[in-house]
Design a protein around this ligand. Sequence first.
Ligand SMILES: Nc1ncnc2c1ncn2[C@@H]1O[C@H](COP(=O)(O)OP(=O)(O)OP(=O)(O)O)[C@@H](O)[C@H]1O
Ligand SMILES: [Mg+2]
Ligand SMILES: [Zn+2]
Length: 505
Amino acid sequence: MAVKLNTASFLGVEGNIVSVEVDIERGLPCFNIVGLADTSVKESKERVKASIINSGFEFPVKKIIVNLAPADMRKVGSLFDLPIALGILMATNQINFADCRNFLIMGELSLSGELNKVRGVLPITIEGMKNNIKNFIVPIGNAEECSAINKINCYAFNNLKEVVYFIKYRDLVPFNHKTINVESKNALDFSDILGQESCKRALEVAAAGNHNILMIGPPGSGKTMMAKRIPTILPNLSYEDALEVTKIYSVTGSLNKNEGLITRPPFRNPHHTSTTASLIGGGKNLMPGEISLAHNGVLFLDEILEFKKNVLETLRQPLEEKKITINRAYGRVTFPCNFMTVLATNPCPCGNFASKKECNCTDFQRKRYISKLSGPILDRIDLFTFVNSLDFKDIENCSRGEPSKNIKSRVEKARRIQKQRFKNEGIHYNSEMSSKLIRKYCNLDERCLLLIKSIYIKYNLTTRAYSRILKVARTIADLNNSKKIQESHLAEALHYRKFLDEKFL
Ligand SMILES: Nc1ncnc2c1ncn2[C@@H]1O[C@H](COP(=O)(O)OP(=O)(O)OP(=O)(O)O)[C@@H](O)[C@H]1O
Ligand SMILES: [Mg+2]
Ligand SMILES: [Zn+2]
């Protein structure tokens, strides 16, 4: 009689239930795995055999056929080791055939029978739950991740022997998810930043409306330092958002052992030498890239002009669609990538233009330098802020800045207003408003219209720039808890745009 157990696989960030059937017959000894199993699954045979023997059980000298169904689904990874091993032990009556229909079993075995952590446990657990599976057997390294899902029982083990014992005696209570406080004492904080009030304000506005922002400034002025502190003023992720983020980290295997759900917005800072594949995702195993690892958080592209032009070009579509679809011969996956983009650059080749030090670049050199930003990137930036280096007297006079938690509470309030406003519009933030929504929610009075008209004509703005100014003005009004966009709000929004047109374009 064939033994059947539940396990699962994943593609992209979606789990798929797989059943493992083990059939053992008399005949020439062999061990075959069928059902579109890739090479990583085939290697499983060696691990399963060694771990059965090294855990003190008997490996049958018979004809062993393992079928992974459905056969037409591509199956990768090493998480089938454990269900295959258990299937063999049951089919040979070394353990009684227990009723495991309500269990989903996954785990990689080492040659000595230890259970190693596997990738994709969170999407698999979610899929199992959808299929009314209540009990999950996982390696101890995946326990936090699996038990982060409510209303299921997660049983976590160190090795094959422990699992066998559990199946025989069912004497274990489910693993209890620990909530750990991740805020460390040396965490970054906005209060570390001296001065730079206008830039900090711009970052607050950007965070409140989830706007993309570009910081321009000379070397050493603190651009990188400020960017790294942005996550500290962003609210915690909602449960749904946390699940989306954690699924992505689960399939890349980068959740650490003590980490259940990721509840803080991620911050990703890919280097300018990054390849398209590492930014966008893909590769042999269809893994998410940096833009998806930044989902619901911040993507910081430091020294943006050092990135290769073709690499920046590939960001155009995901920035627009907030998701990325990757096609391969064996499948097609879509990863979400809705993030706040933060960019930093020097203003010119020497780095000193518009700052307190002297710039020795020609007009032509400068224009050519900044023109690399044009097109796909410049068009998608809502706020521009100039970061000047601090003088010694600034440093001397500066008191410590406002702590992140105060700024964060203002950001939270502004985001709540947006959530309420857009509850039936299918978006979350002001930055996502379509032109129709801009018309609906960004009405300007007479005085505001006059103001924006004069700037529009003076700097020869595009309609795109015009929409962006209105969205930012909406966010500033929200930060001030004002239903109406007032002249001061609009003036501030124009300020985040004006210096760019005045000095650089
Ligand atoms: N406003 C500030 N308050 C406190 N420290 C600062 C400030 N600005 C700069 N610093 C200090 O200077 C260091 C360099 O700043 P940072 O690397 O952020 O500059 P940058 O603008 O990114 O320069 P580059 O263009 O060379 O990348 C920081 O690590 C920090 O120690
Ligand atoms: Mg820097
Ligand atoms: Zn210069």
